[in-house]
Design a protein. Structure first.
Length: 553
């Protein structure tokens, strides 16, 4: 923006000229994120000051939306932002967003939204999102206002709020940023304002709206949607749901707590889990949007104690049906999580973003399989079905088992350990069964960590087994190489046709080569100790005196 134009904005004499300048600025900078030209002659500060003077002038209401849109564009640039922001400007944005005067959470204090202009409120919220994301000063100033009360108060009136589709999305984006980056605001919203309760209520309202619409469509068409169980979320509803889930994740994020802290927290989880289950049943307009929502659900479930996981697969009542059933339970939500895992595996190439893409869903499936017997048995039949074709190594192929076995040797150790633990749990923590499905070479690292290289199992499971070997597997079993987990073609004897002297010569070459590798530190001999873990061997005779134990089935 030119110096002359900034001066015109500051004078605020001609509203039509001001409007033209702002429109031109927005058109020319729609996709611009940096404004180095404003660093000269203090133009950045002059422009910001002119815009907020217009916003604070009631007679300039006709250009307030354009002023806020300009502030939104300018706030993308972090340059000198910390020095520009002041309390008066933040308060002005909160007022224009309709979030001011919410000191008390009562019905009377929830009326300002009806009196503000939608475009102005939306632009003000976008400005607040940009500023709080880019500026610690802006976040600190927000912490000393009533913005938290205003955001929670609007959650309370979600059902009856005017133009909620436009307003709520940015309300929740702002709520997510503040709870992610300001611990004091997060604590206030969670403990003082009971934000989790109102966020869960909002999810319930959205599901009710979507279910009601789905039922209307089903009754007026050919039954395309079958009631609330398969509700369809519109794009704006899906976006709001995702922001709610992200904010809830911020509020309940904890360090692996296995049990709720108190009765109030337990009641919160009991209310949350049925809503999470219903969201896993829902459909959206595209697969990408559906997987985005399920990914946010998985992120949230990582912080949910395992004791509440059975609520994901409720028992079926008499006459009730589900698309996926097992052991008298509705497995639709668990199947949705399996589809999320398959999707994440598909979009993950190499080790880039492997942890971010796979860690949450693998954590959830680990907790599910360990915490609920029916869920573990269902997951096992999907992930590790009875073996039939054992002609290829377990890591070769496109099945879910093949893809997970490939991850057993990934250099991303956190993902490798999560996958290994998941498969081990599905095998009821039995070494022989783990080796059968993955091959000893793939499973050795995990078994060594657990001290199970000598066999046995570490878990507490029922003695009954649902592991039925197929006829194809039993027929091929004598030819299976347990190290690679598949059959091997007959090998030609390399010593065939050699004399005893030639055999001894080749053997000594091998001994000398092995001795050189040990001397150079390339390899270090080890044996399995009493604790089931590898122990270094100082001399080869130790291997003769203490032969290694073999894994037991």
């Amino acid at each position: 923006m030119e110096e002359r134009e900034i001066e015109t904005l500051s004078k605020n004499d001609n509203k039509e000229e001001v409007s033209q300048i702002l429109q031109r600025f927005l058109k020319n900078n729609e996709n611009v994120f940096n404004f180095p030209g404003l660093a000269e002659k203090n133009q950045r500060a002059l422009l910001w000051t002119a815009l907020f003077q217009l916003l604070q002038d009631k007679s300039s209401a006709s250009v307030h939306a354009l002023c806020l849109a300009s502030v939104r564009v300018l706030s993308r640039d972090k340059s000198d932002l910390e020095n520009l922001i002041c309390e008066r400007w933040v308060t002005t944005l909160i007022e224009r967003a309709g979030l001011y005067n919410f000191e008390a959470l009562d019905e009377e204090s929830m009326m300002p939204l009806d009196l503000i202009e939608k475009d102005v409120a939306v632009e003000a919220l976008k400005c607040l999102c940009n500023l709080t994301f880019n500026s610690e000063v802006a976040r600190a100033l927000c912490a000393h206002t009533s913005i938290a009360q205003g955001l929670v108060a609007r959650l309370r009136i979600y059902k009856d709020m005017p133009f909620k589709e436009e307003i709520m999305l940015f309300d929740l984006k702002l709520l997510f940023i503040l709870t992610a980056l300001r611990h004091d605001i997060k604590t206030k919203i969670k403990d003082e304002l009971h934000g989790m309760e109102y966020l869960i209520n909002c999810l319930g309202e959205i599901l009710t709206e979507a279910s009601t619409k789905a039922e209307d469509q089903a009754s007026s068409s050919s039954g395309l949607v079958e009631g609330a169980h398969h509700c369809f979320l519109q794009d704006d509803q899906q976006a709001i749901v995702c922001e709610i889930l992200k904010t809830q994740f911020n509020l309940i994020l904890q360090s692996g707590s296995e049990e709720p802290a108190d009765e109030e927290e337990e009641a919160m989880y009991l209310k949350l889990m049925p809503v999470m289950t219903a969201l896993l049943y829902a459909h959206t307009s595209t697969e990408e949007k559906l997987m985005e929502m399920r990914s946010n659900i998985a992120n949230l479930l990582t912080s949910v104690p395992p004791m509440f996981y059975p609520f994901l697969t409720p028992e079926l009542t008499k006459g009730e049906r589900a698309q996926y059933e097992y052991d008298g339970r509705n497995m639709d939500a668990l199947q949705a999580l399996i589809l999320l895992l398959q999707y994440r595996l598909t979009i993950t190439t190499g080790t880039k973003n492997q942890y971010e893409n796979l860690s949450p869903i693998l954590t959830v499936l680990n907790k599910s399989s360990r915490g609920c017997r029916s869920q573990r048995k269902y997951l096992r039949q999907v992930v590790l079905p009875p073996l039939r074709d054992v002609s290829r190594p377990p890591e070769k192929g496109n099945t879910l088992r093949n893809q997970l076995c490939r991850l057993l040797t990934t250099p991303v150790t956190s993902v490798r350990d999560l996958v290994a633990e998941f498969l081990f749990i599905l095998c009821k923590e039995k070494v022989g069964r783990m080796v059968k499905y993955t091959g000893f070479g793939n499973a050795a690292g995990h078994l060594a960590q657990k001290g199970l290289l000598s066999g046995g199992r570490s878990g507490d499971y029922s003695s009954s087994s649902d592991d039925s070997d197929t006829e194809e597997y039993l027929e091929a079993q004598p030819n299976i190489d347990p190290v690679v987990g598949c059959t091997r073609p007959p090998r030609i004897n390399p010593f065939e046709g050699m004399t005893d002297e030639q055999k001894e010569y080749e053997a000594m070459k091998l001994v000398n080569l092995f001795d050189k590798m040990v001397s150079d530190g390339v390899v270090k001999p080890a044996r399995i100790g009493a604790d089931g873990r590898p122990q270094p061997v100082e001399h080869v005779l130790e291997l003769r005196d203490h032969p290694p134990n073999r894994p037991q089935s």
